[in-house]
Design a protein around this ligand. Structure first.
Ligand code: BDR
Ligand code: CA
Length: 375
């Protein structure tokens, strides 16, 4: 891979912690900035966790505290401490492993300005998001030219026809659907890693014991966190300790391991389906439009099941505009998409991850953890 600068935007979180380790092991020198966000736990805790994790791993990367709440919109924030523990790292904050660490001080000042300045200084960056998209959306709104400076954006979030907060919504999108839909429709080159793939990327207790076997501080910390995570995930129906965020980091490091399809993603921003991902597949050359279902010269109709009852998406087109309207329960308008008659450009150009080999991903994560700071 050519040398790229990377910004990592994260809400640690146990699977975030593993993903940070995997990324730093591969590209320590290239990670220019860590940005924290509320998400799995409130901002103060996620920031402390990020600081502890990099201290434990013995790396020194500038960190800036990002958003402490969703942007303006309909979100009602709930943390995910039921999976990650009330401290976000399965109780490790009270352990000797974390207690005696010397932590760096977060950069002080206007967070968005700091992020923007670091991108300008780098020329362009790749940006990986492992939490709600509030920071990146706010950054783009305030500094629209940043879109041209973003190389590849890799996002963990969303679910097609499934959720993990409820039947519809994935956690990161549910935290701030407005920011998610804004980023997905604005960024030009974005890989989306949805829970359809990531829920299968899960450690067993045996694999967790293997990760901890070296007994170094990092190995012990990972083992303790992952054991906690395993039991919580399994209690909520998971296959094991689910490594959503590491799957996204692997999509960045090894895109060849995945299959993608290019599409638009709309995220529902109101009503009971708040945070739900809708796939908009549209090819448009001014004459032919296809939106998931069939088309005739002027009208398109697509229908998708949502809660086994009724999500209905309707698309009408003329030669200039494509409008996709999705109603939930037949009553509330929940999403709109537009096309300028040429392509979905301007509405996002998402590479949605559709296929991977979960066992292989788990093995690659384990191999990385064996190397990363476990000495
Ligand atoms: C996402 O939500 C968080 O709990 C995880 O860290 C991951 O980023 C999965 O839905
Ligand atoms: Ca996360």
């Amino acid at each position: 891979m050519t040398e790229r600068f990377i910004i990592l935007d994260t809400d640690p979180g146990i699977d975030d912690a593993v993903a940070i380790a995997v990324l730093l092991n591969a590209h320590k020198e290239q990670v220019r900035l860590l940005v924290t966000t509320y998400g799995n736990v409130p901002l103060e805790k996620s920031t402390r966790n990020a600081l502890c994790l990099v201290a434990l791993m013995g790396v020194d990367i500038p960190l800036v505290c990002g958003a402490d709440k969703p942007g303006l919109g309909n979100a009602v924030y709930m943390d995910a401490s039921f999976i990650h523990g009330s401290d976000g790292v399965g109780g490790l904050q009270d352990s000797d492993l974390f207690k005696n660490l010397t932590l760096q001080t977060p950069l002080e000042g206007d967070a968005l300005q700091i992020i923007y300045d670091s991108i300008v200084e780098a020329g362009s960056v790749d940006y990986i998001t492992l939490g709600p998209l509030t920071n990146l959306s706010a950054l783009i709104k305030r500094f629209p030219d940043v879109v041209e400076r973003l190389g590849l954006v890799v996002t963990m979030g969303g679910g097609v026809g499934m959720g993990n907060v409820n039947d519809f919504a994935e956690f990161n999108f549910f935290c701030d659907a407005e920011s998610a839909t804004h980023v997905l429709s604005t960024v030009k080159n974005l890989i989306l890693t949805p829970i359809n793939i990531t829920t299968e990327v899960a450690f067993s207790l045996e694999q967790i014991a293997e990760i901890g076997a070296k007994r170094t501080p990092v190995a012990q910390a990972l083992e303790a966190m992952l054991t906690f995570c395993y039991h919580q995930c399994v209690a909520y129906g998971g296959l094991g300790a689910t490594m959503h965020d590491s799957a996204a980091v692997l999509a960045y490091l090894h895109p060849e391991l995945f299959e993608f399809k290019t599409c638009g993603i709309e995220v529902v921003c109101e009503g009971e389906c708040y945070g739900m991902s809708l796939v908009v597949e549209a090819g448009c050359n001014g004459e032919n439009l296809v939106v998931e279902a069939g088309c005739n010269d002027e009208n398109l109709v697509a229908e998708a099941g949502c809660n086994d009852e009724n999500l209905v998406a309707e698309a009408g087109c003329n030669s200039e505009n494509l409008v996709v309207e999705a109603g939930c329960n037949g009553e509330n308008l929940v999403a709109q998409g537009h096309c300028d008659g040429k392509s979905l450009a301007g509405r996002g150009n998402v590479r949605l991850m559709v296929k991977a080999d979960p066992a292989r991903l788990v093995q690659i994560i384990m191999d990385s953890l064996h190397e990363s700071g476990t000495d």
